[in-house]
Design a protein. Structure first.
Length: 262
């Protein structure tokens, strides 16, 4: 049986009022963790409270825009005041934009690198000192199959996710003497709002139905022709936060239906 470290541990999950982050938050709540939520959804506070009520855990919500370093600092200060020190950090917030390099807008490049990579550096920087002092920490970066392989038209996303895998390895080495592990989780396609938007856009640009885009453009990469479930990613994160995972560090774990095996 996988035991969570303690019923009173606190996890901060960025981008957790939608999609994968919300799935991860629900699994940690089920395991008894207090949850610091973050996201830009208008009903974020309500979503957080509903999860807290359903599982009987304490919750905190921050609408911090992670493109601003000062907002990240404030979010972590407030979360720590309300729920105690962050034991587990899940860097999940991310965005996507798809265009050939010659047409890729510079501001989209900056935003994707800012959110998918630099924000994870800033959150990690804010929690490392306290984790070192307490001799325990778990840092989980939600990268992507695109942290390990490339696809055309996703220059910023692929660069950011490869960078995030690199940051994970450095964090693992620096954390190792202090009971801190760092790992990257690398999902294939997951049916979330981020992917739904791509399906709609690609159906228009390829003149296909949404079903055709799913089968011929997306799941064509997976050997197992299914979307990854958010709760499966959540369960993996809870395991990585457990005592049993103390020697799993510096890894990039594909959850991609065999995409990376090809
Ligand atoms: P999503 O769009 O459903 O959720 C993204 C979350 O990030 C939302 O809560 C949103 O409010 C938040 N966010 C966006 N910009 C923000 C900002 N500036 N500041 C704070 N929060 C912000 O997306 P998702 O599909 O759940 O993706 C979550 C993570 O998983 C991303 O890092 C994504 O790259 C990664 N991922 C997704 C897939 C997939 O197929 N959906 C596959 C591999 C990796």
């Amino acid at each position: 049986m996988l035991l969570p470290l303690s019923m009173s541990k606190t996890v901060l999950i960025t981008g957790s009022t939608s999609g994968i982050g919300l799935g991860i938050a629900r699994e940690f709540a089920k395991a008894g963790y207090n949850i610091a939520f973050n996201g830009l959804e208008n009903n974020g506070a309500k979503i957080a409270q509903e999860v807290g009520n359903e599982f009987g855990v304490k919750v905190f919500f921050s609408s911090a825009n992670l493109l601003q370093e000062s907002a990240i600092e404030l979010m972590i200060q407030e979360a720590t005041q309300q729920l105690g020190p962050i034991d587990v950090l899940v860097n999940n917030a991310g965005m996507q934009f798809v265009a050939p390099i010659e047409n890729f807008p510079g501001e989209k490049w900056n935003a994707i690198i800012g959110l998918n990579l630099s924000a994870a550096f800033h959150t990690t920087k804010q929690v490392m000192g306290s984790m070192k002092t307490r001799g325990f920490g778990r840092i989980i970066n939600i990268a992507s199959a695109h942290g390990l392989v490339a696809s055309e038209f996703k220059s910023a996303y692929v660069a950011a996710k490869h960078g995030l895998v690199g940051l994970t390895k450095v964090t693992a080495l620096e954390g190792a003497p202090h009971g801190i592990t760092a790992n990257a989780v690398c999902p294939g396609y997951v049916d979330t709002p981020l992917v739904r938007n791509q399906i709609t856009d690609q159906a228009k640009s390829h003149n296909m139905t949404e079903e055709e885009v799913i089968a011929k453009v997306m799941l064509v990469k997976h050997a197992v022709k299914k979307f990854v479930k958010t709760e499966s990613l959540g369960a993996l994160c809870v395991f990585l936060a457990s005592e049993h995972a103390e020697l799993i560090t510096g890894t990039a774990i594909p959850v991609d239906g065999g995409w990376n095996a090809q």
